[in-house]
Structure formats: structure tokens, C-alpha cells
Design a binder for this molecule. Structure first.
Ligand code: HAM
Length: 434
């Protein structure tokens, strides 16, 4: 629609209707303090990721819907209930990414990265979209930071990314996130296990919740982590995958645990942990936090040795994780862990109509040297500008009056004690950079 026409229609709407426009349900605006905290989390994440030899990948926000159908799995809640899908003007079915792994695998295949030396290690910081019932810690648009490691079937791959997560959480000051671990087997041992679990569940069908009664036939594994007490009591004696692993899965799992012990990374085994995405094989894990209520899973991941080949690539073992940035922030807040504060301005320049141009030129010069300062853009009175300086808690103020025009020395007032300091104009940059 041409913008003129849009404006006309908007103008014709009742004023209160226009005023009531709100962000879509489950979406959030992120303001200064939180944006700064997220930026800090990003910096720490990317710095440590690079130290671990991971390279960044930036992905499209949307992909062909088919990627998620085949990648995440048609039977999963994410695909069957939670995707933001639409048909674009070219008639293609497009989906806003509900997670990052499928997109990374698509890029891995599209760009022939399988030909690169193994392991190939990628990290990403994305927003993701899921049509879920919003609640504390659960949004329809949220942020994930994640890593994917391709080409190693060795348990050292799991150890490497869990070592990264342990270090990252500790670097932020989080000491008590609990790592929960399980193995769900591979294409070899899973069919027999599925059949055994299914026959157990069929006998108990009447006592299962409607979701589990349905899942039981197409994806029985998912019944194991149903959150309802009624289902959990039915499942108390259900077979669990970790007891039915084939010898090579059992050996793999034992080695993962040995490596975690060697790295002194504590974990709790939960034989019913199965995760909500279909691509996992062998190791699965989550990190849980106790400070953020019901949505306690901060991070989830695991091994997915069949995903690359199921999307048309060569057999390629892989392992990865993603954590929710909002949940991580909530946990940091709940634990009283303070992230670096917003910068306070070093200087506030108080100006007058006749000195405005020169004070703006000085501000430009100091800002080019990286000095954070504020100056008046409102044509405020002297009194109002002083009030503003107090509100912003600027460290120094510089009253730029007529006598400062072209002066070689400028008088700064230190706001903490009112002391006045004469600083040569030429030395101002160095003085404020200290
Ligand atoms: P996921 O468990 O679906 O795994 O999501 C990972 C994390 O994203 C969760 O632990 C949670 O912190 C956060 N999260 C998920 N949904 C929401 C939501 N609606 N609102 C806020 N935060 C949310 C994956 O996405 C896999 N791709 C992880 C992975 C990577 N596995 C292997 N590689």
C-alpha cells in the first residue's frame, strides 16, 4: 500500500484505536538497561566461543517451512503447534525460525562445509519465534545463543561444548545451574526400545493425558517427560532408554560421563530426559536454574548424528546446544548477580543560543575520541540544563558561555564535590579519556 494511502487510512481511524496499538502478545521491547545486559552476555559469549575455536554464523530469520518439518520433526510440538508460517508473495511456505540448529545444518550443506576439516565449530546469537502460551520466561519472540559442532562422533565433542557452557556460566557468576544428562540411544537401539515403551503405554492408555495418549503411537519417547503428575505416576515403572542402549551407545555414554568427571563438571542423570525436538541421538542434556520458576530450563542440547544425512547430506555426527537469553538474564537477576552498569556521561556541556554551534563542535571532537558526553538539543534554559546534568549524573559539567568562545582554557566542575578545574582546551580530550 502506498504510504500516503496508509497515512490517510490511519488518520481516518478513531484516535483511541490508533493509541491502542501494542506489541503482539508474547513479544517484548528491550530498553537500555536490559539491552546493555544482553550486549554484555553477547560479548562474553562470542569472546569465549572464539577462544574455544568456534566461528560465528549469522542466519536468515526465516527459512522454507520444509526445513523445519524435516529437521525438527513434524510430530514435535514446535512444528505441529508453534510455528509462525506464512505463504509469501511467490507462493512459497516460509517459517520464522523456531530455533537455530536446522538453519545451521541447512547452511552447512548449502555451502559444502562438510568438505572443511573436522570438527567444524559454529556459534550463533539469534532471535527465534514460537507460538506458545506466553508466561514468565516463555515468549513468542525470544533470543537464543547456541553452538553446533560437526564431524566428531567422539564423546570429547560433548565434553567440549559442556566445558564451554560450564565456563560461560561461571564467567557470569552463575554457580548453581544444574546439568541434567541422559542418553536416548541411536537408530540401532531405539526401535526395540520404542516397541517396548509403546506396549507398556498401551496397557496404561486410559490413565494417560490426551496428549500422551496421542503421542504414544507416533512418538512414545515424548511421553516420558510429560509434566503432569498423573502421567508421571503411570510412567514410574516405564522402561527408559538408558537401560536399553546398544553396546556402542552405552560405551559412548559412559565415556561422556568419564570426561565430565575429569573436567569436574557436576551433573545429575535423569533417565526420563528426552527433549522436545526429534533430531537427537545418544546424549541429551539440559541446564536447569532454580531461580526462575516453572520455565526452569535455561539451556538444552545434545547429539544429533542423523540430522545432516536426513536433510540430504553425508553421514555427519554433530552435537550442539542453545540457551534462552531471557531465562539466563532472569536467573542472573534472581541470584542478585549484577552485570556492568550503564555508562554515566563523563561530561555535560551547558550551552546558550550564542555558544550552541561551538559547543556542538567541541562535543563532536570529544565524542570522536570515544568520550561519552551529553549536550543540550532542546534549547533548554540554563536551569533546566543543570537539572538535566544532575539527573544524568554526569561526572563533570562545562558551562559554555560567551567567555568560553575561543578560550584556550575551559573550566570543568566536578559534580561529586563541586571542585572547579581549569583544563587547557587542547588537553581536554586526554583529561576526559583517563
Ligand atoms: P530448545 O530446548 O527448544 O532447544 O531451546 C533451547 C532454549 O531456548 C531453552 O532451554 C530455553 O531456555 C529457550 N527457549 C525455548 N523456547 C522459549 C520461549 N518460548 N521463550 C523463551 N525462551 C525459550 C533448541 O532450540 C535446540 N535447537 C538446541 C540445540 C542446538 N540442540 C542441538 N543444538
Amino acid at each position: 500500500m502506498p504510504s500516503g494511502q496508509y497515512k490517510l487510512e490511519a488518520a481516518n481511524k478513531a484516535e483511541d484505536e490508533i493509541m491502542s496499538i501494542q506489541a503482539p502478545k508474547g513479544c517484548r521491547d528491550i530498553f537500555a538497561e536490559e539491552a546493555k545486559a544482553v550486549r554484555y552476555l553477547e560479548e562474553q559469549f562470542s569472546q569465549l566461543a572464539e577462544v574455544y575455536g568456534f566461528k560465528e554464523i549469522r542466519l536468515p530469520t526465516f527459512e522454507h517451512t520444509e526445513l523445519f518439518l524435516r529437521g525438527v520433526g513434524e510430530q514435535t510440538d514446535i512444528v505441529s503447534k508453534e510455528m509462525y508460517s506464512f505463504t509469501d508473495k511467490g507462493g512459497r511456505s516460509i517459517t520464522l525460525r523456531p530455533e537455530g540448529t536446522a538453519g545451521v545444518v541447512r547452511a552447512y550443506l548449502e555451502h559444502g562445509l562438510a568438505a572443511e576439516p573436522s570438527p567444524l565449530k559454529l556459534y550463533y546469537m539469534i532471535n527465534a519465534f514460537r507460538y506458545e502460551r506466553p508466561q514468565k520466561g516463555r515468549y513468542r519472540e525470544f533470543q537464543q545463543f547456541g553452538m553446533e559442532l560437526f564431524g566428531s562422533e567422539n564423546p570429547a565433542a560433548e565434553a567440549d561444548i559442556l566445558s564451554f557452557l560450564d565456563s560461560y556460566f561461571k564467567r557470569l557468576g552463575l554457580k548453581d545451574c544444574e546439568l541434567v544428562l541422559n542418553s536416548i540411544g541411536c537408530a540401532e537401539c531405539r526401535p526395540a526400545f520404542h516397541a517396548e515403551l509403546q506396549s507398556y503405554l498401551r496397557k496404561e492408555k486410559d490413565r494417560l493425558c490426551p496428549d500422551c495418549a496421542e503421542r504414544m503411537e507416533r512418538n512414545p519417547l515424548r511421553c516420558l517427560d510429560c509434566k503432569l503428575d498423573s502421567c508421571q505416576s503411570v510412567l514410574a515403572d516405564a522402561p527408559v532408554p538408558v537401560d536399553k542402549l546398544c553396546p556402542s551407545c552405552a560405551e559412548h555414554y559412559a565415556e561422556v560421563k568419564e570426561l565430565l568427571n575429569a573436567l569436574k563438571i557436576p551433573y545429575r542423570e535423569d533417565p526420563k530426559l528426552v527433549r522436545g525436538l526429534d533430531y537427537y541421538t545418544r546424549t541429551v542434556f539440559e541446564f536447569h536454574a532454580d531461580g526462575i520458576g516453572a520455565q526452569s530450563a535455561i539451556c538444552g542440547g545434545g547429539r544429533y548424528d542423523s540430522l545432516v544425512s536426513s536433510l540430504g547430506g553425508p553421514e555427519t555426527p554433530a552435537v550442539g546446544f542453545a540457551f534462552g537469553v531471557e531465562r539466563l538474564r532472569m536467573e542472573l537477576e534472581a541470584k542478585g548477580i549484577e552485570l556492568p552498569e550503564l555508562l554515566k556521561p563523563r561530561l555535560q556541556i551547558i550551552s546558550f543560543p550564542e555558544t550552541r554551534a561551538e559547543s556542538l563542535a567541541l562535543a563532536k571532537e570529544l565524542r570522536a575520541a570515544g568520550i561519552y558526553l551529553e549536550c543540550d538539543l532542546m534549547g533548554r534554559s540554563f536551569k533546566a540544563q543543570m537539572k538535566q546534568a544532575n539527573r544524568l549524573a554526569a561526572e563533570y559539567i562545562l558551562i559554555y558561555g560567551e567567555s568560553e568562545l575561543g578560550a584556550n582554557e575551559l573550566k570543568l566542575r566536578r559534580m561529586s564535590d563541586g571542585e572547579e578545574l581549569l583544563v587547557a582546551r587542547a588537553a581536554l580530550k586526554d583529561f576526559l579519556s583517563q
